[in-house]
Write a protein that binds this ligand. Sequence first.
Ligand SMILES: Cc1ncc(COP(=O)(O)O)c(C=O)c1O
Length: 375
Amino acid sequence: MKLFDVYPLFNIEIVKGKGCHVWDKEGNEYLDLYGGHAVISVGHSHPTYVKAISEQVSKLGFYSNSVINSLQQTLADKLGKASGYDDYSLFLINSGAEANENALKLASFHNGKKRVLAFKHSFHGRTSAAVRVTDNPRIIAPVNEGLDVTYLPLNDPFAVEAELKKGDVSSVIIEGIQGVGGIQVPTDEFMRDLRTLCTQHGAVLILDEIQSGYGRSGKFFAHQYAGIRPDIITVAKGIANGFPMGAVLISPMFKPVYGMLGTTFGGNHLACAGAIAVLEIMEAEGLIENARKVGDYLIRELLEFPEIKEVRGRGLMIGIEFENSIKEIRSELLFKEKVFTGVAGTNTIRLLPPLCLSMDEAGCFLEKFKKVIRK
Ligand SMILES: Cc1ncc(COP(=O)(O)O)c(C=O)c1O
């Protein structure tokens, strides 16, 4: 059987990782400024994380959501404390798309409305409602077209107000910082306007923190820079450092009903063990503060490069936009300098390293980056 060929692959096989470094099967070492697409939060193969998952699998790998799994409550307690949302409830699933799918559904159950407002250049996943609120017609199949969505420009409160006034909007979904869209940071003022407008017009505010959350921005959630509290927050990626998991944080205004939401694998024992270890490591090692400190340093230094058109981002979620395609720069970084980076569109390099990136590693990246763009 062949693999369904949907991914353009680099001819590299990564077989080992430690901290912010990975190794290919030929033994070449790479600096990882990509984190497997913002997934590696506490670093590759962190001993506390490895121990937690190994010990759990040796006891019990899985049992269903029809019996008590106290690891879920332990995770909820720790996540509530770490994020400042201990009055919210937690629903656990397996991926980011699933988190958004459930968030949109919950909003619609709650207010009985159907239309959703999303933003230009948004990315929210590839399943039915999540892909429909994604601003990319190439990945929306006819079968996904049923949901009524209006895409609005980011940072335009008047456009949002004009739509909300029509009275049929169930929810507004926005990324804490747009990732796939090229690291576009909504203004704090716009976030506050959104909060006010959603409350005024009875629409649910959904914050997709799947890429920008879990400490990446230098705060637990990127929207916390604006001092707002959304009605629903979705997370995934860094939550379990690579073990597949997603979660929905739900405000007390939503009342759960048996059978309203559900999943087979969501919140399983192994994912919970991984996610609990992640929060313990983040706290013990001060990784959110580290993301802010090292991110500030990287952004400050990158702003000094006249070759760069624009540097955007917060913490360790950084977009470096050039006037032209970055294909060659990225390829030289990877194959010559052995540095993994991400991309957004054609002209923007995306940095999404593990949150434990040290100042030395950041400095090392800057040296290699300079060598490539000034060769
Ligand atoms: C902001 C955002 N939302 C949702 C998703 C979808 O997550 P998943 O690929 O886990 O379904 C992603 C993935 O890149 C994302 O960046």
